[in-house]
Design a protein around this ligand. Structure first.
Ligand SMILES: *Cc1c(COP(=O)(O)O)cnc(C)c1O
Length: 350
């Protein structure tokens, strides 16, 4: 049995993006014929599942990723646009023939899990190079036994958590990426736009190859022409060309990141930068003035180098670009309540 860690023993400044068990999780069930029951908080621990469960055989499962943040005065806990995660998980459920989790159950799950584990929310540390957060992992899986490739007859929804630090080692230091020439993440008509479990299983080998070669992650190109940038591992891609912010359009192969959407809005409405959501060629990316990856885990991570066809391309002299820096600071300050919530993105966990 895995014991929760004692929050008093956590060295907040040494947290990385690694799993640490906390005290509580939320569990809800959807028995046949597909109506979700309200869930409840339980001690975090092992679950009982049959080897014939749908998820274990055919990967019928969807996850989400979100964070609970300490306010900059350490008086409150915020989440960032959690309803958007609820909507995206429901979209993923529809794609995988899972009865969509009602928004109220999703929200109860993430709010109650954050509240019950509030001692694990890393405190805001003024002046720290990167802030920690309590990562929340909603997960829905097909639990009923089956043999043929079919949707499971019953499902379980979990929310578990872990305190986390920066996703990429080195905090906001620019990362080095490698374009995969052998593997793709998503294909037209596939499941690239939803957080299906199997997408991430397929990314392990390309991720391992990149890491063994000394890069932080893989850049994926489109499966059809091998020409356009899709994503950076499990984060969205942005670059700056001629004072315009470019990001791949949501064509079904791109995961519609909530950070991506927020960055686009901040760039347009707050910083008055031109934004284009369109196909971005790998050549444009390699010669960009600035580039970064965005996501809940990655926040805004500057990209300092991209390796493509055996050659390294340096971006912004491997330092963080000024627009990247502005977007990062504004986003983090909104998330932690150090800036006014101009767009109504914060959700206080009371
Ligand atoms: C989760 C995820 C993202 C980022 O989404 P956010 O909502 O910003 O966290 C981007 N790409 C992939 C493939 C992802 O799984």
């Amino acid at each position: 049995m895995l014991e929760p860690i004692d929050p008093k023993t956590i060295r907040w400044d040494e947290l990385t993006f690694a799993f640490k068990p906390t005290a509580f999780m939320y569990v809800a069930q959807c028995p046949e014929p597909g109506i979700w029951d309200r869930g409840r908080i339980e001690p975090f621990g092992e679950i009982c599942i049959l080897p014939a469960a749908g998820v274990l055989n055919y990967g019928q499962g969807i996850f989400e990723g979100m964070k609970a943040y300490s306010s900059h005065d350490n008086q409150k806990i915020f989440m960032f646009r959690p309803e958007k995660n609820a909507e995206r998980m429901a979209d993923g459920c529809r794609r995988l023939c899972i009865p969509p989790i009602p928004k109220e159950i999703f929200m109860e799950g993430v709010v109650e899990t954050a509240k019950k584990n509030r001692d694990y929310v890393p405190p805001y540390r003024a002046g720290a190079p990167a802030q920690g957060a309590l990562y929340l992992r909603p997960l829905v899986v097909g639990t009923a036994p089956l043999l043929g490739v079919n949707p499971a007859a019953s499902y379980t929804f979990f929310v578990f958590t872990s305190p986390v630090g920066p996703y990429f080692k080195g905090g906001v230091k620019p990362i080095k990426l490698m374009v995969s020439q052998e593997y793709h993440r998503a294909a037209p008509g596939g499941t690239g736009a939803v957080k299906v479990l199997g997408n991430y299983a397929g990314s392990l080998l390309p991720g391992k190859i990149a890491k063994q070669a000394g890069y932080a992650e893989t850049i994926y190109l489109d499966a059809k022409e091998d020409k356009y940038v899709e994503e950076v591992g499990a984060a969205n891609f942005f670059c700056v060309k001629n004072n315009t912010l470019l990001t791949p359009e949501l064509d079904g192969c791109i995961l519609p990141g909530i950070t991506r959407r927020s960055v686009i809005q901040l760039a347009k409405e707050h910083f008055h930068i031109k934004v284009e959501e369109r196909k971005v060629t790998i050549e444009e990316a390699l010669t960009a003035e600035e580039a970064f990856a965005s996501g809940t885990a990655a926040v805004v991570s500057p990209i300092g180098l991209i390796a493509y066809k055996g050659k390294d391309y340096i971006i912004h002299n491997q330092t963080i670009g000024s627009l990247t820096q502005k977007l990062y600071t504004m986003l983090v300050n909104i998330q932690h309540g150090a800036e006014p919530d101009i767009y109504g993105w914060r959700y206080e966990v009371k």
